[in-house]
Design a protein. Structure first.
Lengths: 188, 157
């Protein structure tokens, strides 16, 4: 009888190690989640070896940097774009978007207005009117252009042209550093 | 025999805590972070400049003597590739040949004591951005630090 009772004893699993592991996993995922980059669009950056690593510069906060994304749309008919899927150049203008902080600025007039707003605080004096012919100070604002590798240069040139029109002349081109495994292959 | 019992057993703790809800929440959080995980891409930047005598500035460029190296890039639809050459020179057969020519001009400027010459990239709009960045990358690796982009032609007023 006593034996039978022992068998019927309730087996309670010890949950503590599992909770410990769960907490560790949670901590790992929370720390490695790249929430800071959420404002950036999904862009397949061109690869380059000579890229300068993005670091906080003295006096310039990363959040202050103006990032202009030139990216391929991932909705509508652009979703099934064959050249883009094959990592070739997509020359369909409708498939491309220009975005700043998640907002669409494909309309170049809108883009220019936004760039002017962004450039003004870094200008030594207010911008003169176009018709005056007077030389006006340029803006010290730096713009990081993150354009997709499959984008034709023309779209990037439109962004550059808008920057030049509002007096922004410092540009940075976003590029991705190939992984070390690829570098070794190329070297070997 | 209390030592052999589990820590979480009711006999040890007079107040039993129901951890099921907490485990559920942690599972949900874990699932959320796992699904939204996006490993940081190793990305950086290549510094470039735009010409200051374009856009709102309608004045003339300050210097008429061009101390610059200009690389012209155009898309060849027949070979489906980008053809690059130094302005007024014949197209380079390979990237190495192009960079050798660039380096030769840069060395001439260095010997003349001119260290502020820019390398200007003048690419046609249909050239893939990847190819433009590749040329910029090659130039940076060849110690050409000042890279500028040619402005598009001004419309006739």
């Amino acid at each position: 009888m006593a034996r039978k009772l022992q068998v019927q004893e309730e087996v309670s699993p010890n949950l503590i190690p599992m909770i410990d592991i769960m907490f560790l996993l949670l901590l790992f995922f929370m720390l490695s989640a790249d929430m800071g980059q959420r404002e950036l669009e999904e862009v397949v950056l061109p690869k380059a070896l000579a890229v300068k690593e993005e670091k906080e510069e003295p006096g310039v906060r990363m959040n202050d940097k103006l990032v202009v994304n030139v990216f391929h749309r991932y909705d509508g008919e652009a979703k099934d774009c064959v050249p883009y899927k094959n990592a070739e150049v997509c020359r369909e203008k409708k498939h491309w978007r220009i975005g700043i902080r998640g907002k669409d600025y494909t309309d170049l007039k809108k883009l220019e207005m936004q760039l002017k707003l962004e450039a003004d605080p870094s200008r030594a004096a207010p911008m003169a009117k176009l018709s005056s012919g007077q030389k006006v100070p340029t803006s010290d604002r730096t713009v990081l252009v993150r354009a997709d590798a499959s984008a034709p240069y023309g779209f990037v040139q439109e962004v550059m042209n808008s920057c030049a029109k509002v007096g922004i002349y410092k540009l940075e081109c976003g590029a991705a550093r190939p992984p070390d495994s690829e570098l070794k292959k190329a070297g070997g | 025999m209390a030592g052999s019992q589990n820590i979480g057993e009711a006999s040890d703790n007079p107040v039993a805590i129901n951890v099921t809800a907490m485990v559920d929440v942690i599972f949900c959080l874990c699932l959320f972070f796992m699904c939204s995980l996006h490993f940081k891409q190793l990305q950086g930047k290549i510094e470039t400049w735009l010409p200051k005598d374009r856009g709102i500035f309608q004045g003339e460029a300050s210097s008429l003597v061009k101390d610059e190296i200009a690389i012209v890039m155009r898309w060849d639809p027949t070979s489906r590739s980008t053809v690059s050459n130094i302005r007024f020179q014949k197209p380079a057969a390979s990237e190495d040949e192009l960079m050798l020519a660039v380096r030769a001009i840069a060395d001439d400027y260095d010997r003349a004591g001119n260290t502020t010459y820019p390398l200007i990239i003048d690419a046609q709009p249909d050239v893939p951005w990847q190819d433009v960045v590749h040329i910029m990358d090659l130039c940076k690796r060849n110690n050409i630090q000042r890279i500028e982009f040619a402005a598009p032609e001004r419309p006739i007023e």
